[in-house]
Design a protein around this ligand. Sequence first.
Ligand SMILES: *[C@@H]1O[C@H](CO)[C@@H](O)[C@H](O)[C@H]1NC(C)=O
Ligand SMILES: *[C@@H]1O[C@H](CO)[C@@H](O)[C@H](O)[C@H]1NC(C)=O
Ligand SMILES: *[C@@H]1O[C@H](CO)[C@@H](O)[C@H](O)[C@H]1NC(C)=O
Ligand SMILES: *[C@@H]1O[C@H](CO)[C@@H](O)[C@H](O)[C@H]1NC(C)=O
Length: 398
Amino acid sequence: MKSHGQNPFSVTGKLTTTPLPLLNLLSYLFFFVFGLTFGIIFCFHYKSFSFNLQVTNGQFSIFTTRSLVNNQPSHLTISSSTPNFDTPRRSIEVRWSGLNEMMSEEELLWKASMIPKIKEFPFKRVPKIAFMFLTRGEVILAPLWEKFFKGNEGLYSIYVHSDPSFNGSEPEGSVFNGRRIPSKEVLWGNVNMVEAERRLLANALLDFSNQHFVLLSESCIPLYNFSTIYTYLMNSTQNFVESYDLLGPVGRGRYSNRMGPTIKIEEWRKGSQWFGIDRDLAIEVVADKHYFPVFQNYCNGPCYADEHYLPTFVSMKSGATNSNRTLTWVDWSRGGPHPSKFIRTDVTPEFLMKLRSGSSCEYNGRKTNVCFLFARKFTLDALDRLLRFAPQVMQFNR
Ligand SMILES: *[C@@H]1O[C@H](CO)[C@@H](O)[C@H](O)[C@H]1NC(C)=O
Ligand SMILES: *[C@@H]1O[C@H](CO)[C@@H](O)[C@H](O)[C@H]1NC(C)=O
Ligand SMILES: *[C@@H]1O[C@H](CO)[C@@H](O)[C@H](O)[C@H]1NC(C)=O
Ligand SMILES: *[C@@H]1O[C@H](CO)[C@@H](O)[C@H](O)[C@H]1NC(C)=O
């Protein structure tokens, strides 16, 4: 009895009367039908979900995608610039943005916050700079940027967050073509401006080659050529987030007591919205679920979250590695809520030279007069002069 119970296959003993080949055939058939049924059920159930790991051209990215069949593109407003599938180049870009369009914001930020535990890259990784443009419509001075980027392919990535109502399209062959990320409405002074910045960062973080992240506006210009800016950012030991403590109504006056105890008034900082940060800090920003909700809840309207969230967060989180200055020159000297705009007649070689080297600051612990790499705000009618002077003044030699 004991030995019988120990043999789990003893039941087969009773079947030995059946011819063996027939038994085998029957069991194969049974497993085949079972497998087929299971497979069909599994396929239907998970039709809308797939998990892909992709390593292409040194670009590493993880996608979980939901097919259009069962899921509404619910969380993100799809940019109205529906790209067409006419050309191969475009369809690659469609895939790139199409995937992100299907992702919820939460999913996007979560994916962007991943850090590989193995520090060595399994492929040759050339670090890139992510140029992230926060715009209403098109990048006004795109032709100048085209000149700036020319010949530096592989060393940069471009991301554009424009107003969802913008329906223009960038010309074929432009570096901006297909680089728009799924966007939501941004209101001046509203906390949703910071949400857009985090969306840009998250999209850029999905490309593991991006090492430095620069936020720019549609009216920004570069003040140096690509190689100078690349070296300056890549070699910097510090981040560039302007951050200072300011008493009075436009500084600490914008703090609300409801932000405590998470954020204390003496921790409240102010600074320019236009930043340049490295990958480690960018990950901290998209992963912040502690301080950012406080801004979402209590820093709206005349609080101007875009001037306070990053300056405060960076000062609390990694103040020691911050230069506390911005790389983007702007002129506030005329007063008012908006900085000066520069038109055609303002643009002269002397003016540009002054922006390039008319200041003094520290870089990697040494005094320098290369403090600003970008400047704003330039209007469309300044474009032809900028294009004319750039080769000579900014040394766009390629
Ligand atoms: C783009 O939007 C504008 C209004 O903002 C509208 O007048 C125009 O017809 C739209 N163009 C296309 C191609 O949808
Ligand atoms: C960074 O600076 C060092 C000198 O401090 C220089 O030798 C090196 O070439 C620089 N790196 C880049 C990428 O330019
Ligand atoms: C920037 O400010 C932080 C405090 O927020 C400070 O710890 C750091 O030393 C400052 N950096 C520089 C370069 O002054
Ligand atoms: C970029 O500008 C620097 C001076 O700022 C110059 O020395 C360098 O040759 C220029 N690089 C290219 C590729 O033109």
